[in-house]
Design a protein around this ligand. Structure first.
Ligand code: ATP
Ligand code: MG
Length: 435
């Protein structure tokens, strides 16, 4: 026997016991996005490395040290996507979908970042990405944030989630602020950690995004970006706050919220879980009015966010427990040689007649007792018993599994209707017993 092959560090399997909760999360999300007029888009997992460098910025952590980049057989540098916005924008440009058109889009899929794996931080993780392209806001900014808030409510995890918002202004107004910030940071250079010192020269705003607790005091004393906003950005931000208040979305203005990626303009926001640690952001986003032109498309305003599915699923698990996949409706016990030979045909016919019902046919044989044990374990409310004796008489036996009730028989010719009736009775009896 060979050595077992290990999974890649930081890349996880989602096992059947967890999948019910994932599917519950995905179903709530799909339904809500459709209700707000968002359409799904699927873009490749691999893109030219250049795309992410240009979109996210060379001096961000993501591009600087987290990307999965490789040279393919044709000698091109390719990268596993670390986020979805760049690929979606690339798709809009390559498919000629801009030209004054507007798009509400969402995308679900795995992202890849070479980070130190720990709870809530993985090397392959899933995001739902939501993008509104073509609207300058602030109306769309407010609607998008309201959508997020509504999703947490639908999922039953709104309690304790905190929304922080800020405005980064325009790149022009940020330039003036950047100078003030660098002056301040230089005055405290001796106390900066290595990361912050590196950021100071290449991307000083990112110092404010540091997760190092020792940096918090220095960050707290830094000059505020909000004091340097241009008048249009100020008006945009005030209008956003007004609209959020009007629809009852609670938020906190965090003047130090800068976000990790370079392409943001004006509105930025983040939802944070009530747990300590650096893995407490569940959804983050912002406006990126300059990105599309920067990637070679016609200048188009846009805003979007990305949610971390593992962190949200963990929250759903913590708050309301695992959502289990539905059990079968019917477990089919098979007894005797003739029955073995005919059971599949019978059940396939039932599957055609009742396409919405879930039938679990006993496979691999086993004595009566073992098969009933499996039937009980399956959680099905009803067992069908296909036996040689019954077949000889043209009937199938039926037995409710989760309530005391007698076994009955049903003619094979009327089996679908018989299953309907027995299931209705079994769930009625079960409900009565439970109440
Ligand atoms: P963080 O501050 O936690 O590093 P980020 O600012 O890098 O997050 P974004 O790039 O904005 O995150 O991604 C959006 C969301 O994706 C985050 O709010 C988080 O929920 C999730 N996320 C980001 N990186 C990871 C990761 N390595 N593993 C799991 N989820 C992640
Ligand atoms: Mg990060």
């Amino acid at each position: 026997m060979g050595e077992p092959i290990q999974p890649i560090k930081g890349m996880n399997d989602v096992l059947p016991e967890e999948i019910g909760t994932w599917q519950y999360f995905e179903a709530c999300t799909r339904e809500l996005l459709a209700a707000y007029g968002y359409e799904e888009i699927r873009v490749p997992i691999v893109e030219h490395t250049e795309l992410f460098k240009r979109a996210i910025g060379e001096h961000t952590d993501v591009v600087g040290k987290e990307m999965y980049t490789f040279t393919d057989r044709g000698g091109e540098s390719l990268t596993l996507r670390p986020e979805a916005t760049a690929g979606i924008v690339r798709a809009l440009i390559s498919n000629g979908l801009l030209r004054g058109q507007r798009h509400k889009l969402w995308c679900l899929g795995p992202m890849f970042r070479h980070e130190a794996p720990q709870a809530g931080r993985y090397r392959q993780f899933w995001q739902v990405d939501v993008e509104a392209v073509g609207w300058p806001g602030p109306d769309v900014d407010a609607e998008l944030i309201a959508l997020g808030t509504r999703l947490w409510e639908r999922l039953g995890i709104a309690s304790g989630l905190r929304l922080e918002i800020n405005s980064l202004g325009t790149p022009e107004s940020r330039r003036a602020y950047r100078e003030r910030l660098v002056e301040y940071l230089l005055a405290h250079e001796a106390r900066l950690d290595a990361d912050s010192r590196r950021r100071l020269t290449v991307n000083p705003l990112r110092v404010l995004d540091s997760k190092n607790p020792q940096m918090l005091e220095i960050i707290a004393g830094a000059p505020l970006l909000s004091e340097h906003l241009d008048p249009e950005s100020r008006a945009h931000f005030d209008a956003l706050c007004d609209r959020l208040r009007a629809v009852g979305v609670s938020y906190e203005v965090n003047p130090r919220l800068v976000r990790g990626l370079d392409y943001y303009h004006r509105t930025v926001f983040e939802w944070i879980m009530p747990v300590s640690g650096a893995q407490n952001a569940v959804c983050s986003g912002g406006r990126y009015d300059g990105l599309i032109a920067q990637l070679g498309g016609e200048s188009t305003p846009a805003i979007g966010f990305a949610m971390g599915v593992e962190r949200l699923v963990a929250r759903v698990l913590a708050v309301r427990g695992a959502v289990r996949a539905a059990p079968p409706d019917v477990y089919v016990v098979v007894s005797g040689a003739r029955a073995e030979a005919q059971a599949l045909e019978l059940i396939e016919r039932l599957r055609s007649e009742r396409p919405r019902l879930r039938f679990e046919l006993n496979l691999g044989g086993g004595n009566f007792k073992a098969q009933f044990r499996r039937a009980d374990k399956s959680g099905a409310p009803l067992a069908l018993i296909i036996g040689d004796d019954e077949l000889a008489r043209g009937v199938v036996a039926m037995k409710p599994l989760r309530a005391e009730s007698v076994q009955s028989e049903c003619p094979i010719a009327a089996l679908a209707a018989g299953v309907d009736a027995a299931l209705a009775a079994a769930t009625r009896v079960h409900r009565a017993a439970a109440s």
